[in-house]
Design a protein around this ligand. Structure first.
Ligand SMILES: [Zn+2]
Length: 492
């Protein structure tokens, strides 16, 4: 291979700056393809940056010669963790010789001129490093390991808009830094997520400045319909849905449908959702926008609405929340060991006594969650109940959690709790034959069966947002109508 834009003259003119940095290699499908070669000639190193577009046009060839040799393109090895250098790895002299015919003689005068130039202070060469963040890594630790200037991590750590984010790096994150030959960082790129990159550069005064680059993501609307023959996951997969969107679908309808117990053959669903594309390639699914689930004779619909605070939730077409104000079972992975009943023989007292709650057997220490948003009105020991918490939810409902091994820190009288928040742990305090949660649900002071009591929905769309909700949901619901209609026509 021959690079036509390169001449083999021994011109060690000062570096023109790093073209590689101006035409960054990490710029994926956006920019022209960048191919960089490092060529060693007569002890010097030249960096040839070859930019071509996808048509293979080689006109835009640029040559940058970097001097002196000992400072340019030195592969830095990190002592403990792997390092991937940018695509600027020097190639061997042999390979370079194949590419370029190097004159084997040079005029002594030219050599003297060269030596004079080499003696002059070099323009800083620049090299891109990829630093992989490991477990427990900090910015200072990484800079240390890669032999970068401590002054730079200190400046970065103090830098508004960058310092905090760099302090929250996670294992697997990658920092890309452009480093000169004295270990000073000129640029830094840090992918915050799949779409956003934090870019730090030096301004004219050599001070770091920050900007955030957001990838241009295209949103497309996608549709899926399916009918359950064995499981929701299978039907959804057949309909081309990803696991992620299927999980989301199950979560939206999970308040109304028990997907383990209530599913029937012939149940069907229709989903309108987003797909996110970057540079024409699918990145991942976006949120479900609207969905319908037919479970037996019930047809349940949900639509996504982002309120004026920016909070996204799913609502019924009428504007009620899809969520319930209470979760049905306050412990996960538990089985009912004793049901609600108005008369049974108490196992310890051996008397006929009503069991006004439900018992969930679970290993000691299993977290117990608050069934709904509320306030702690009792937290302490209560006779045979042992360690007990009582929560008040709104004006007329209370829930009670008994036989706890211990309370979660901060769960004391008057404390506010959120739905799903852990309030304590399963134990067998008080009169209990084994570790379990005894759970009671009262409405207006009357015990109700926690397994069957109708649960109110969470907050509906706020009154002042009804108009906005209707404007946003109407087109989504008509897309859902059309989708359901189309699938009906197709299956008939
Ligand atoms: Zn009980």
């Amino acid at each position: 291979m021959r690079s036509s834009g390169y001449s083999s003259k021994r011109d060690y003119s000062p570096a023109l700056g790093s073209l590689a940095a101006r035409a960054p290699w990490w710029r994926r499908a956006h920019g022209p393809l960048v191919v960089a070669f490092a060529v060693a000639i007569g002890g010097g190193v030249a960096l040839v940056v070859h930019e071509s577009d996808s048509t293979g046009d080689t006109d835009a060839m640029a040559t940058v010669e970097v001097a002196p040799p000992q400072t340019a393109l030195v592969r830095r090895e990190a002592p403990s963790r792997g390092i991937t250098t940018a695509s600027l790895n020097p190639i061997s002299t042999a390979e370079a010789a194949v590419m370029h015919e190097v004159p084997d003689t040079a005029a002594p005068a030219a050599e003297q001129a060269l030596e004079a130039e080499l003696a002059a202070p070099p323009e800083p060469a620049e090299q891109w490093l990829e630093m992989l963040v490991g477990k427990g890594d900090t910015l200072s630790g990484l800079f240390n390991r890669y032999d970068l200037a401590a002054a730079d991590w200190m400046a970065l750590a103090r830098l508004d808009g960058a310092g905090k984010r760099l302090s929250r790096m996670r294992p697997g994150d990658v920092l890309r830094v452009a480093v000169n030959d004295s270990g000073r960082v000129n640029k830094l790129h840090y992918a915050l997520d799949e779409l956003r990159t934090l870019n730090v550069e030096r301004n004219a005064d050599s001070a770091f400045v920050v900007n955030e680059q957001v990838a241009d993501v295209e949103t497309r609307v996608a549709y899926a319909t399916g009918t359950v023959t064995s499981s929701l996951f299978l039907a959804a997969a057949e309909a081309g849905m990803t696991d992620r969107t299927t999980m989301e679908l199950a979560a939206i309808f999970g308040w109304d449908i028990d997907f383990a117990l209530d599913m029937r053959v012939g149940d069907s669903f229709a989903v309108v959702y987003e797909e996110l594309y970057l540079d024409g390639e699918k990145l991942r699914d976006g949120p479900i926008l609207a969905a319908e689930f037919v479970n037996g004779r019930r047809t349940i619909r949900a639509v996504r609405y982002v309120d004026t605070n920016g909070d996204a939730s799913y609502y019924t077409p009428g504007g009620d929340s899809m969520r319930k104000a209470f979760i049905r079972t306050p412990v996960d992975f538990a089985r009912i060991s004793s049901s609600f009943s108005l008369g049974r023989r108490h196992p310890i007292l051996n008397k006929i006594r009503a069991h006004r709650g439900v018992d969930y057997a679970a290993p000691p220490g299993t977290p117990i969650k608050a069934a709904g948003d509320g306030k702690v009105i009792f937290s302490g020991t209560k006779g045979g109940y042992g360690r007990t918490v009582i929560l008040r939810h709104g004006s007329n409902r209370t829930t009670l959690y008994a036989h706890m091994r211990s309370f979660r820190r901060g769960i004391r009288n008057g404390a506010r709790v959120k739905q799903g928040q852990v309030i304590g742990y399963v134990g067998s305090s008080g009169l209990a034959t084994g570790p379990h949660l005894h759970y009671e649900f009262r409405v207006n002071g009357v015990h109700r069966n926690p397994v069957t009591v109708p649960l109110p929905r969470a907050h509906p769309v706020a009154k002042e947002q009804r108009t906005a909700f209707e404007q946003a949901s109407t087109p989504l619901l008509s897309q859902l109508d059309m989708l359901v209609e189309a699938s009906r026509v197709a299956s008939n």
